[in-house]
Design a protein around this ligand. Structure first.
Ligand SMILES: [Zn+2]
Length: 409
């Protein structure tokens, strides 16, 4: 489907986003009044809508024409209207998210000042073409959306890492991360040396990259499975499917597969090439999800050791919590992910914290009859929200379920 330049949506976006951010206290405290509007006028190119894509929801073209594109998973030829957009919470939060990238984009002058090639918020591309901070930048962008009152629909775990940082260094300091400048400002706010800061950001970048990989791989499983029934599609569905299918074939992960020994082995074992490809990508999804979990545990351990450990051990020894501290650690325990079936030698400090804290909580819950600590304790972190809603998405989720069930076997 051809993209449509949508001037109506651009006007709406500028007005809506600047008003929301103008009413967001922590944002105005750090960036001042009128900041969002001024930056959007400077950094936002055209706004495009009605581009079909079954996994992408929005993009800000940082490196090119600075346009925002809102994608659609429906086969709709009519230009997206403000009414439709306002009713669609996924599209609204996507629009907001992309607008924040635009607001924080480094202008040419700023790039010169910070000696970078390109950047927005925490994300920086060096003159040598290396990139740092993409992961945390996505989390921070979502966190700002949330502070302005919008839902968060993407990068759930990285956003939780930002919430953990908020408990560690405070709301205002997290907002200040939006000012960017990794080597000076970001390192200082995070209380890290320049080198530690780059290592920390790179680890979060790896979470981003792994997620990007398995999103694509899950989509490939879906497309390859759908390929078998392609004759049942309507004309327009068929056209979009063929586009998606050929994009897949050009994708670097697909190209890598063709050379991969594991795939060649599967292909030799199977009499159906399509099935071999599906099995291969299902396996890749499993591997990348496991690596993502490990990277998350590692980053959470750094956060826990750096900002919470001393304080927690002190309270653990005395066995006394003030209510404020208790609530803070309770929030932290909710955010930290605990991997199942973990061997104790592999347990990270943040996981140990969660285990111990749950015990302390249970104790205080039993001993306290005044109701002070009777805040219901949910062990699980917030469930990942359904990203997408259309039929395609439902089928896609079924593929995901299939992969997860196989993991248990
Ligand atoms: Zn983004």
């Amino acid at each position: 489907m051809e993209r449509i330049e949508n001037t109506q949506i651009k006007r709406f976006l500028t007005e809506y986003v600047s008003t929301k951010l103008e009413n967001c206290r922590p944002f105005v405290q750090v960036f001042g009044k009128g900041f969002a509007k001024k930056r959007l006028e400077l950094n936002l190119g055209k706004v495009y809508t009605n581009v079909f894509d079954s996994i992408m929801v929005g993009t800000y073209n940082l490196f090119g024409d600075h346009s925002i594109t809102l994608y659609t998973s429906n086969h709709n030829e009519q230009p997206l209207t403000i009414e439709e957009l306002s009713k669609d919470s996924v599209k609204m939060s996507t629009m907001f998210h992309e607008a924040i990238h635009a607001i924080f984009r480094r202008t040419d002058k700023e790039c010169k000042k910070y000696r970078i090639q390109n950047g927005t918020g925490i994300l920086e591309t060096t003159k040598g073409g290396k990139e740092f901070g993409r992961g945390l930048n996505e989390g921070l962008t979502n966190w700002i959306c949330e502070k302005a009152g919008l839902d968060v629909i993407s990068y759930i775990k990285i956003t939780e890492l930002v919430r953990e940082l908020e408990l560690a260094i405070g709301t205002k300091n997290v907002m200040k991360l939006g000012k960017g400048n990794i080597s000076k400002n970001i390192a200082k706010i995070l209380n890290m040396s320049e080198l530690q800061c780059y290592a920390f950001l790179s680890k979060i970048d790896s979470i981003y990259i792994l997620q990007d990989k398995y999103y694509n791989e899950e989509n490939f499983v879906y497309l390859l499975s759908k390929y078998k029934n392609r004759d049942n599609l309507s004309e327009i569905e068929k056209r979009n499917f063929e586009d998606e299918f050929s994009d897949m074939e050009e994708h670097y992960l697909y190209q890598e597969m063709l050379q991969d020994e594991n795939y060649l082995f599967l292909k030799a074992q199977s009499d159906n090439e399509l099935d071999a490809k599906i099995s291969y990508f299902k396996e890749r999804v499993k591997i990348h999800k496991k690596r993502e979990e490990e990277a998350i545990a590692y980053v959470e351990s750094i956060i826990f050791d750096k900002y919470f450990k001393t304080e927690f051990e002190k309270y653990q020894k005395s066995n006394k919590f003030s209510q404020n501290k208790f609530v803070k650690f309770q929030k932290l325990a909710r955010l930290i992910t605990v991997r199942e079936n973990i061997r104790s030698s592999e347990e990270t400090s943040s996981e140990r914290f969660k285990r111990n804290f749950t015990r302390i909580y249970e104790k205080s819950d039993k001993s306290d009859s005044t109701g002070n600590f009777r805040i219901s304790y949910a062990c699980n972190y917030l469930p990942v929200q359904d990203l997408y809603q259309s039929d395609n998405r439902t089928q896609r989720n079924k593929v995901k379920e299939d992969i997860e069930i196989r993991e248990e076997l």
